[in-house]
Write a protein that binds this ligand. Structure first.
Ligand code: HEC
Length: 115
């Protein structure tokens, strides 16, 4: 009986070991991702800001949620118009002044190119 229990425990440890390995390969995957985004520093910055400040309302990858889909916003607004929305908000629930200065500029440039 005791032997069987020991064997079970060893099996469990083995499985836990395998799970830990799986976790390791996951973290290497995310470092690869970081490397590709640094190639295009500006787009990477804009994407980072947008994912932190805008995804909550505009959805993952801006495909729309509480706020409208922004995936082709560049065909609707110019960079200056987007900057204006970022500065002043929109009456339907878009908050004013979420980002400003060079962050707003980077994001507006990036969004205006989404046609
Ligand atoms: C609190 C939720 C919320 C957040 C956060 C938010 N938005 Fe919005 N946004 C909205 C809503 C709601 C609208 C629709 C407003 C309207 O049409 O009057 C909107 C509209 C817009 C529009 C105009 C879309 C159009 O077709 O007219 C742009 C551009 C925009 N948001 C950009 C952004 C960017 C960039 C960010 C991140 C810096 C952001 N939003 C963060 C809720 C949000």
């Amino acid at each position: 009986m005791k032997k069987k229990f020991l064997a079970l425990m060893m099996g469990a440890t083995l499985i836990m070991g395998l799970a830990a390995c799986g976790g390791g390969s996951d973290s290497s995957k995310s470092t690869n991702k970081n490397q590709t985004t640094t190639n295009t520093a500006q787009a990477g910055d804009a994407q980072k800001i947008v994912s932190q400040k805008c995804f909550a309302c505009h959805g993952d990858n801006l495909k729309g949620s509480i706020g409208p889909d922004l995936q082709h916003i560049g065909s609707k607004y110019s960079k200056a118009q987007i900057l204006n929305i970022l500065k002043n908000g929109k009456s339907g629930g878009m908050p004013a002044g979420l980002i400003s200065g060079s962050d707003a500029d980077t994001v507006a440039t990036w969004l205006a190119a989404k046609k």
